[in-house]
Design a protein around this ligand. Structure first.
Ligand SMILES: Nc1ncnc2c1ncn2[C@@H]1O[C@H](COP(=O)(O)OP(=O)(O)OP(=O)(O)O)[C@@H](O)[C@H]1O
Length: 320
């Protein structure tokens, strides 16, 4: 012990560090490989569930029973996928391996809610017989169509300004032609885009404003800011939408910095879903101003700010 020099102690400890760091780097490489394998098995079981391949699903589950609880980025399980498509054999196999009949996806939908949305009657019966409950259908991919938008030629969205209560209002954003205020309309919190009085007589501003209203009135989708009405017959002109209390993506990035991969993917999916709805034929809307500050958020992101958007009629989407 006494013959040991400080340098030999240092060398020994350095060797200890390097061997433990090479150990930890090889264990982290192994960890990464394990994670990669898990992600690829997750994709496989979801794919086989989607393809109605009960034998392939069974084989995967026999190799790794934990895959029954695999989830994709939308937190959807193989049972959600099978239920949505009405694949009875795959569903029975998943249940046999202990699938959670009431697992909830990102929108809080259960497999039964999916089966009901897709009107898969045998599947509905099967899931109910295993204790399936129907909750969810709240913002999922079924939602875009439940209520038809108001007819554009019938102006039932004109809002009487006296119904807007600005007593506790505050400015939540500023745009080129005015400000965005949080206010209350018949007791509901709303976002009001109010055109500056000085610009309310400007012919081009009025034209842009009416254009934005005409576009918004056609849109209903969980990833698009919901239009509620407008004041177009009196000054100041106002556009009223649902109020989203989570700020916008620009503010979020400023406050929280870089996004985690899963948050980034979820946000990208939100925007892609909103944009895909805009690009639906035959009336394609080209947004032309999509940016972090035009995507307000609450539980998820929504596409907003249609001030620069254009509506075009196309024969097919390749024309866009
Ligand atoms: N529905 C909403 N709920 C909550 N905040 C909102 C809502 N709509 C807009 N905002 C906030 O107001 C800001 C400005 O909104 P928006 O971009 O729609 O205004 P604009 O007048 O069209 O702007 P621009 O001149 O850039 O086109 C947004 O960045 C967002 O923070």
């Amino acid at each position: 012990m006494s013959s040991e020099t400080p340098s030999s102690v240092a060398d020994t400890s350095a060797a200890g560090i390097s061997s433990s760091s090479s150990l930890s780097s090889s264990s982290s490489t192994a960890g990464k490989q394990k994670e990669k394998a898990r992600v690829s098995r997750t994709s496989l079981i979801l794919w086989h569930a989607h393809q109605n391949d009960a034998a392939a699903v069974r084989k995967l589950l026999e190799e790794d029973p934990s895959l029954v609880s695999a989830r994709d980025y939308d937190k959807r399980t193989p049972l959600h996928v099978a239920s949505l498509h009405g694949w009875i054999d795959v569903t029975k196999c998943l249940i046999e391996f202990g699938a959670d009949v009431n697992a909830q996806d990102r929108w809080k939908n259960t497999p039964l809610a999916d089966a009901e949305g897709a009107k898969k009657h045998s599947m509905i019966e099967l899931l109910k017989s295993y204790g399936g409950l129907s909750y969810g259908q709240n913002g999922s991919h079924f939602e875009p169509k439940p209520v038809p938008p108001p007819l554009t030629n019938k102006c039932d969205w004109e809002i009487e300004p006296s119904e807007l209560d600005f007593s506790n209002s505050n400015i939540i954003g500023k745009g080129s032609f005015g400000e965005i205020l949080k206010a209350s309309w018949r007791g509901t919190p709303v976002a009001v885009k109010r055109i500056l009085p000085s610009l309310s007589d400007d012919r081009l501003v009025i034209q842009d404003f009416r254009h934005e209203v005409n576009l918004l009135v056609k849109l209903r989708h969980p990833n698009i800011v919901q239009f509620l009405g407008a004041v177009t017959e009196r000054k100041p002109l106002m556009l009223i939408t649902e109020y989203l209390r989570g700020g916008d993506l620009h503010q979020y990035l400023k406050e929280k910095g870089a996004l985690s991969p899963s948050t980034a993917i979820n946000f990208a999916l939100d925007m892609a879903r909103g944009m895909a709805c805009l690009h639906n034929e035959p009336n394609v809307i080209v947004h032309r101003d999509l940016k972090p500050s035009s995507t307000p958020m609450q539980t998820h992101l929504k596409v907003g700010d249609f001030g620069l958007s254009k509506l075009i009629k196309v024969q097919n989407s390749h024309d866009v």
